[in-house]
Design a protein around this ligand. Structure first.
Ligand code: AMP
Length: 214
């Protein structure tokens, strides 16, 4: 099964995407994670991407499109994939469509997750992420049992460099201008589904499972 998960920053694409992909036995491909890994490894691509990411802007399409094709056609993606954070604008969505057609592949579900700006801001400003496994916590709503330490794997928790109020507001603007138009691009597609992501983690997960099934 092939799934695209999209929605504003902080809506829970990462948290839910990992869980959903595990349940379905497919790989979770988070473009933000791939880019952060490239930045940490100081690859050519990472060096080019860093300035855009620090400023809360989108990395150029040419850089991200190549990363995706390589992965969705790899043996690990044989049972399927869940894309989280890609596509993020209409040009990327068109490129994905062409790329899938070229490999005789298709998207079974395009799921739009939504929440109000207030909820997104609360989630992003309190977010803590495990440096080892990528699991997300929230300072107030879902704190780790031991401060600074991941409940899942014991890794250390950090706040993302772009989860500051200034960069968050830039990311939300970029979302409204460039990513929100994907709603028009996909809304007539038979694979399109919408999920309200304002409620608790388990409730949203169940809602996602429902739309995956039907
Ligand atoms: P995320 O972890 O999904 O919030 O992404 C973090 C940052 O990585 C974004 O603010 C962008 O700078 C960059 N990024 C992630 N996905 C994409 C994409 N599909 N296209 C361009 N830039 C991206």
């Amino acid at each position: 099964m092939n799934i695209v998960l999209f929605g504003p920053p902080g809506v829970g694409k990462g948290t839910q995407g990992i869980r959903l992909a595990n349940k379905l036995g497919i790989i979770h491909l988070a473009m933000g994670d791939l880019l952060r890994a490239a930045v940490a490894e100081e690859t050519e691509l990472g060096l080019q991407a860093k300035a855009f990411m620090d400023a809360g802007k989108l990395v150029t399409d040419g850089l991200v499109i190549g990363l995706i094709e390589e992965r969705i056609t790899s043996p690990e993606a044989k049972a399927g994939f869940l894309l989280d954070g890609f596509p993020r604008n209409v040009a990327q969505a068109s490129a994905l469509k062409e790329m899938l057609a070229k490999h005789a592949m298709d998207i079974d579900r395009v799921i739009f997750m939504d929440a109000s700006k207030q909820v997104l801001l609360e989630r992003l400003t309190g977010r803590l992420i495990c440096s080892a496994c990528g699991f997300s916590f929230h300072r107030h709503y879902s704190p780790p049992k031991i401060e600074g330490q991941c409940d899942q794997c014991g890794g250390s928790l950090y706040q993302r460099a772009d989860d500051t109020e200034e960069v968050i507001s830039q990311r939300l603007e970029v979302y409204a201008e460039q990513t929100a138009p994907l709603l028009d691009f996909y809304s007539q597609d038979k694979a399109f589904r919408r999920v309200n992501a304002e409620s608790g983690m388990d409730e949203v997960y169940l809602a996602l499972l429902e739309v995956v099934k039907g």
